[in-house]
Design a protein around this ligand. Structure first.
Ligand SMILES: *Cc1c(COP(=O)(O)O)cnc(C)c1O
Length: 242
């Protein structure tokens, strides 16, 4: 078997090429899109290989997995590596998670936002967050309903120790590329609509959308953060669905 670093580097290169082509096709600068390497399928022992392959923005969907992966890196984590929490955060896991992350993509309720604000205030930090939107309306998904956000945003913006920097979503699960693109376009329009009326301290500049199966559609619709797992580890790990 080839070395993990070589496999991941190859995959990363291919993804970056596809990302650049999708950006060019829509008149965007690929530098406007940050790739977050989602480690949820990667055992902690292989995270150093991902970093060696060049990934600097690392994402995890489960808080406990994030804790153990950061812990496994010990002092081998380069100073420029940033961790992103992309999945649901339970309130009792906030305290341990906040010191480890640069951005929380998945704030999905006023209660969670208030609890993050409370903990951030206690530590004197302002925590950058995105609001997760359930754009497809899937029952099993977390996130704010698109319709409720315009009414909620002024109150959410009263939090003093979180910086709301944008929106995050996942496309409809089995819809294929056209449905994904429609979902991503809907998130972009929602962001524009909210941005036009947003309180002064809210700047909705980030759109976190697009995963292995649909990141090109997301880039065409304005994604500034894509969250990629499986495609990075092809040839390294057994297929995730098996
Ligand atoms: C797993 C996960 C991803 C990455 O999905 P892939 O299909 O592996 O690219 C992105 N975002 C979230 C929230 C995830 O849980």
């Amino acid at each position: 078997m080839a070395e993990p670093v070589a496999i991941i580097s190859q995959n990363l290169l291919k993804i970056q090429q596809r990302l650049a082509e999708a950006a060019a096709a829509s008149g965007r600068d690929p530098a406007q899109v940050r790739l977050v390497a989602v480690t949820k399928y990667l055992p902690p022992a292989l995270v150093p290989a991902l970093i060696e392959a060049g990934a600097r923005d690392l994402g995890e969907s489960r808080p406990q997995q994030l804790w153990s992966k950061v812990a496994a890196l010990e002092d081998r984590q380069p100073a420029d590596v940033r961790w992103h929490l992309v999945g649901h955060l339970q309130r009792n896991k906030i305290r341990r998670t906040l010191p480890l992350v640069d951005l929380i993509h998945s704030v999905d309720s006023p209660r969670l936002l208030a609890a993050i604000d409370h903990e951030a205030a206690a530590t004197g930090r302002i925590v950058p967050v995105l609001l997760e939107v359930n754009i497809s309306g899937d029952q099993e998904k977390h996130g704010f309903a698109p319709k409720e956000l315009p009414g909620l945003l002024p109150r959410l913006a009263e939090s003093t120790h979180v910086a709301i920097g944008g929106l995050m979503t996942m496309a409809h699960r089995q819809g294929g590329p056209d449905v994904a693109r429609r979902d991503f376009a809907a998130l972009r329009r929602l962001s524009e609509q909210l941005g036009a009326e947003a309180p002064a301290n809210v700047r909705l500049s980030e759109l976190s959308m697009g995963m292995s199966g649909d990141f090109e559609e997301a880039v065409r619709e304005g994604a500034t953060l894509v969250r990629i797992g499986r495609a990075l580890f092809e040839g390294l790990l057994p297929p995730a669905d098996a």
